[in-house]
Design a protein around this ligand. Structure first.
Ligand code: SF4
Length: 446
């Protein structure tokens, strides 16, 4: 069977598609890049913003056309659907044969197996004993599976931020046991040549609070740090209320854990934060950033911001810009608020910030951040930094040059491009930075 994924939304969808793809491939099925050439199409959906939903429905229309021409095409969907109402979604999208609960992505394999389309699922059956530990880098495995992989540590979320659909689509927090995660990561390294792993959760720093022995994320990172052949470990996304000192110190002390923390603050005004139900104040957040920078001076910080939340005045929005100017993040992800059916906010407050004003605020965040990011990146020019190379880049600085360019990331998650005559994919390569832009760095092998 040929299968294809269509993925939008968060890294959790990416991780689920990677895991499903791995099992299907091991069963002898073949992944194809395009839904048009597939016998099975899996749509990993996102309803966190209206734009994501619009794209999903656009793609569903294309898939429906394919299915009209070829009725044997199997269409599965997973991820977050609008207001968490799966039945309503299936009624509106009759082209979808099965919806897969994102807390149990492996149930797709059971469904396929019941119809004779795949073997029964064997997610838990990662036989590490059958693997010969790698000596050095396996270029073939890296080329096939990619350098950097995502592994869920937590499904769901125990918060109820008033704008967010995730707790209603993915349910309460369920952490996976440390040993299960370690086993999967070891498999990715040994069987598939992974060099970097990002452990995922909507509030990943709350990891383990629901497990009987309550392991902390720092403990999980420590267990992953020791896996032979794994060069880098990252975690995503954190909530300020769970960013404890032991975790910050794990980032500082564990050699393979990267000095990068994504810590959404969402809004700079306390009244907006209260209505968002974020459960911290801007001064708490600022103090936390101070602690992180004191303990991990070289840390890079990224954040998420929502503009135009109901009732957010221009003065309250200014406090978001103040936070950006004062803290100076490396990267800021900004979204305009859009009401999500099934979340508390639209039930209580009208969506009263007009679209042109939301756009103005988004632009103000982008303009502010562009200057900050450029300044921070320019400070790296002339420095030598270690890049984990992810693959060839389409960016060719000099069109006449025949030397290929390659792209990868620093430990601090900055994108770096550089020329190289060989194929350094999967290697840790020292690169001297020669030029900076707000979004990436250019360099030469050092
Ligand atoms: S912490 Fe808030 S924003 Fe993040 S997933 Fe949970 S409810 Fe959504």
């Amino acid at each position: 069977m040929r299968f294809a994924f269509w993925v939008i939304g968060c890294q959790m969808n990416v991780a689920d598609s990677e895991r499903l793809s791995r099992v299907l491939t091991e069963q002898g099925h073949v992944q194809v890049p395009d839904t048009a050439g597939a016998d099975l199409v899996v749509l990993m959906s996102c309803s966190v913003r209206q734009t994501a939903e619009d794209r999903l429905w656009g793609h569903l229309r294309e898939v429906a056309q394919l299915k009209r021409a070829r009725s044997s095409l199997v269409v599965a969907a997973s991820g977050c659907v609008s207001d968490g109402n799966v039945e309503g979604f299936l009624q509106r999208a009759p082209v979808v044969d099965v919806y897969v609960d994102p807390r149990q992505p492996e149930s797709l394999l059971a469904w396929l197996s019941d119809r004779g389309l795949a073997d029964p699922p064997d997610f838990g059956d990662l036989d590490l004993g059958a693997l010969v530990p790698r000596q050095g880098l396996d270029h073939t495995a890296v080329a096939l599976h990619g350098v950097s992989r995502h592994v869920p540590a937590i499904y769901g979320c125990n918060y109820r931020c008033t704008y967010c659909i995730v707790p209603y689509t993915r349910g309460p927090q369920i952490s996976r046991p440390v040993d299960e995660i370690r086993r999967e990561v070891s498999w990715l390294v040994q069987a598939e040549g992974a060099r970097e792993v990002t452990v995922l959760g909507q509030t990943v720093d709350a990891y383990g609070e629901d497990l009987p022995d309550q392991p902390r994320l720092s403990h999980l990172l420590e267990r992953l740090d020791g896996i032979e052949g794994l060069e880098r470990v990252r975690f995503l996304t954190s909530h300020p209320n769970h960013m404890t000192l032991d975790l910050i110190d794990a980032v500082r002390d564990l050699p393979h854990v990267c000095e990068h923390i994504n810590l959404p603050f969402q809004a700079g005004d306390n009244d907006v934060l209260r209505r968002m139900a974020r459960r911290y104040r801007s001064e708490d957040y600022r103090a936390l950033i101070g602690t992180i920078r004191e303990r991990v001076p070289d840390v890079s910080l990224s954040t998420d911001v929502i503009v135009g939340f109901p009732g957010e005045t221009a003065v309250q929005f200014e406090r978001t810009l103040e936070m950006l100017r004062d803290i100076e993040f490396d990267v800021v992800h900004v979204a305009m608020y859009s009401p999500r059916r099934g979340t508390p906010a639209p039930e209580v407050w009208p969506d009263d910030v007009p679209p042109p004003e939301k756009k103005r605020r988004r632009r103000a965040v982008e303009d502010t951040q562009r200057e900050i990011a450029l300044r921070r990146n320019q400070a790296l020019v002339s420095a030598v930094t270690e890049v984990l190379v992810e693959g060839p880049s389409q960016r060719r600085k000099d069109q006449r040059s025949t030397t290929k360019r390659w792209g990868g990331r620093t430990r601090t998650n900055k994108l770096v491009f550089f020329p190289h005559d060989g194929n350094p994919t999967g290697e840790l390569t020292p690169v001297r930075i020669t030029q900076a832009s707000p979004w990436y760095l250019d360099g030469v092998p050092a």
